[in-house]
Design a protein around this ligand. Structure first.
Ligand code: ATP
Length: 311
C-alpha cells in the first residue's frame, strides 16, 4: 500500500469530522477502483479530489452518497455509517448531501424552476403536475436559490435552452434546494469553457463559505485545484497518494509527489498533460431569457415582495 506522502494539515482538521472514509477498497470485476482509501473531512472544509481519469475520484464521491458500497472498509457521513444504510435512513442522509454532476443532469424540456424544485422531491408527497404539485414556500425557496446563482430571470425558460455554464448553475441551485450540509461535485466544470468554469467554481466556493457547507469536489486540473480548494487529496490507481493543504503548495510540488509514486515516464507525461493543464473548451454565447407568462409573473412578484419584506 502507498501511504499518503504528506499528512493532512490545516486548522479545519481540528474541527468535527463530517466525513470519515476508513480503508475502503472497491473492485468492479478485475478493476480495483479504490484501494484501502482513507480520508477525513472536517465541517466547512473545501476539499479537491485530484487525479487522472480512472483514478477513482467518482467512485470515492459515490461512496460518500451511498451510491456505491465498499467491499471492505467503512464510510461515515454526518455520523451515519453510509455503507450500512438502506431505505428511509439512506434517503434521509442523501437529503443532507447535495450532488452536482459533470453533465448537469437536468431535465431539458422542463423549466429551470421545475428542475430546481426536483431538488426538494424528497420533501414532497403525492403526484406533481408541472409546478402545481409544489407548495408555494418551496417555489419561493427555489426562486431564491435561482437568484443566488444569478438566474432568476431565466426561471421559466426551458432548461435545455441555457448555456452549459448556466445549466451548471441550475444544478447548483437544485442541490441547494436540499439545504445540504455537504456538497459533492463530480468534475463540475469538465465540459465548460475557462471563463464559465471560473465563474461556476467561484460560485460554489462563495456559497460554501456563506452557507457553511462542507465541499468535496473532483477535478483533474491541478491549477484550478490549487487556486480553488483548501486541501487536495490526490488519487492514483484508487490509492490516496497525497493529502495536504493547498496553502504554499505549488503545481511543481504536486507533480513531484505524483512523480515519487510512479516509475513510469508515460504516466508522468499523462499527469502533466491531463492534470497539469487547463482545458480550453470554446467560450459560450450568452442566452436571452424567455418572457414569463401571467402565473409565472405572479410567482415572481410574490417572491420579490417576500424577499423585500425580509430585508
Ligand atoms: N460501475 C462500474 N463498473 C465497472 N467499472 C467501473 C465502474 N465504476 C468505475 N469503474 C472503474 O473504476 C475505475 C475508477 O473509475 P472512476 O470513475 O472512479 O475514476 P475517475 O477518477 O472518476 O475518472 P474520470 O475522471 O474519468 O471520471 C475506472 O477504471 C473505471 O472504469
Amino acid at each position: 500500500m502507498t501511504k499518503p506522502l504528506q499528512p493532512p494539515t490545516g486548522s479545519a482538521l481540528a474541527a468535527e469530522p463530517v466525513i470519515t472514509v476508513r480503508g475502503v477498497t472497491k473492485t468492479f470485476g478485475e478493476t480495483t477502483a479504490l484501494k484501502n482509501a482513507s480520508l477525513t473531512v472536517a465541517r466547512g472544509e473545501i476539499v479537491v479530489l485530484l487525479g487522472l481519469s480512472g483514478s477513482g475520484k467518482s467512485t470515492l464521491l459515490r461512496h460518500l452518497d451511498g451510491l456505491d458500497r465498499p467491499d471492505t472498509g467503512t464510510v461515515t457521513v454526518l455520523g451515519a455509517t453510509v455503507s450500512r444504510l438502506t431505505g428511509r435512513p439512506l434517503r434521509a442522509l442523501r437529503g443532507r448531501v447535495g450532488f452536482v454532476f459533470q453533465q448537469f443532469e437536468l431535465v431539458g424540456p422542463l423549466t429551470v424552476l421545475e428542475n430546481v424544485l426536483t431538488g426538494a422531491l424528497f420533501r414532497v408527497r403525492g403526484p406533481r403536475l408541472g409546478l402545481w404539485g409544489y407548495r408555494r414556500e418551496l417555489k419561493l425557496a427555489a426562486l431564491g436559490h435561482l437568484e443566488r446563482v444569478g438566474l432568476l430571470a431565466h426561471a421559466y425558460q426551458r432548461a435545455d435552452t441555457l448555456s452549459g455554464g448556466q445549466q451548471q448553475r441550475v444544478g447548483i441551485a437544485r442541490a441547494l434546494m436540499q439545504n445540504p450540509d455537504i456538497l459533492l461535485a463530480d468534475e463540475p466544470v469538465a465540459s465548460l469553457d475557462p471563463e464559465s468554469s471560473a465563474q461556476v467554481m467561484a460560485l460554489i466556493r462563495e456559497i460554501a463559505i456563506d452557507s457553511d457547507l462542507t465541499v468535496v469536489c473532483s477535478l483533474h486540473q491541478v491549477d484550478l485545484a490549487l487556486s480553488w480548494g483548501d486541501r487536495i487529496v490526490g488519487l492514483r490507481h484508487g490509492e490516496v497518494v497525497l493529502d495536504t493543504s493547498t496553502q504554499g503548495l505549488s503545481k511543481q510540488n504536486v507533480m513531484e509527489i505524483y512523480g515519487r509514486v510512479t516509475t513510469s515516464t508515460g504516466e508522468l507525461d499523462a499527469i502533466e498533460t491531463e492534470i497539469g493543464t487547463v482545458e480550453q473548451n470554446e467560450p459560450e454565447e450568452p442566452v436571452e431569457p424567455d418572457e414569463p407568462d401571467e402565473q409565472d409573473e405572479l410567482d415572481l412578484q410574490t417572491f420579490a415582495s417576500a424577499r423585500d419584506n425580509r430585508r
